[in-house]
Ligand binder design. Sequence first.
Ligand SMILES: Cc1cc2nc3c(=O)[nH]c(=O)nc-3n(C[C@H](O)[C@H](O)[C@H](O)COP(=O)(O)OP(=O)(O)OC[C@H]3O[C@@H](n4cnc5c(N)ncnc54)[C@H](O)[C@@H]3O)c2cc1C
Length: 333
Amino acid sequence: MEPNGILIYGEIKDNCSIAPVVTELLTKSRELKEKIWNQRIMVCVIGPRMNYEEIIKTLGEYGADEVIIINDDRLKQYDKKYYGEIFTQIALKYPPRIILAGATYQGREIMPYTAIKLNTGLTADCTNLDIAENSLLLSTRPTFGGKLTADILCKTFPQMATVHQNTFKAVKTENHINAIFDWIDIDKIENKSKIINIIKKNISSRDINTADIIVSGGSAACKDNGFTLIYELAQRLNAAVAGSRAAYENGYIIKSQQIGQTGKTVAPKLYIAVGISGAAQHIAGIKNSGTIIAINKDKNAPIFKSADIGIVGDLFDILPELIKELDKEEKDE
Ligand SMILES: Cc1cc2nc3c(=O)[nH]c(=O)nc-3n(C[C@H](O)[C@H](O)[C@H](O)COP(=O)(O)OP(=O)(O)OC[C@H]3O[C@@H](n4cnc5c(N)ncnc54)[C@H](O)[C@@H]3O)c2cc1C
């Protein structure tokens, strides 16, 4: 079969709904499809048996032409070997020109596996996608530590790319979608690893993907209980807690709370950066934020170039004052 169309990895959240990055990739794919003649947009959804009606409806609303569903109760728990192999087999059965996935944990595990199996290239963490004059996918991503952006043309098929959530906006359309319930022989997949137990880390913070307000800490908050102040402020503002890579490397946040090029791209209404210098790799993850407030004791810190409101001062003086004021306001109410 001739390679045709765009195949998107239809990541499912909590075994019940489609991950937001999928609808964002669908919206972008509609634009790409316009530029490559007679192409379809397919989504491959892998998971346990469940009611797929809502998922199919959502995918159609964002422009998918076809959804290929592989459902088996053994797929209730995400396992990279099963999911990677199934996705690869679907890509072989319905060969696309382009494969897209979210730069999520799953996307980051499955896509390199598929790229190796299909003997093709993969451009990870793209900040834009377009179609070049020769009808090839043009993937843009930061390079040289974020100082430059590179346009990458992969000349082997399928052309593969991953994109962070919130990089593109999801916009609805009207489309007729065709659902295919396909089957892959899971028993034939050799899986040398086995998930024995899943322990969820207890993080007392809201989800940074959906929070309206994010309070984010940098290396400056990684001492003298700086992150305790960040959590206290976040709690008063009903905000999520995030941080820079330095905060992650120092063990104050987990990977899913890291913002930036190698972390998450977020789009809150308000982003409060506390003791973060504003390296290009960090800014890459916050440029879709509504208002950015930066607190930094160095008036020349680069973060102030991206901030709407800048507060020059010591976080250990400013955060307690802010918390005190918010507590006072709550009492007065
Ligand atoms: C390929 C690559 C990918 C990367 N990906 C990411 C990424 O995804 N996300 C990311 O964040 N980084 C990423 N980085 C790292 C990035 O380059 C920076 O090193 C990192 O963002 C710095 O973190 P920071 O701002 O918390 O720390 P620092 O650079 O140490 O900045 C701390 C800031 O706090 C201020 N400060 C110090 N004390 C106080 C105080 N008491 N009160 C107020 N302000 C104070 C300082 O003036 C300084 O500006 C990446 C780097 C590379 C090369």
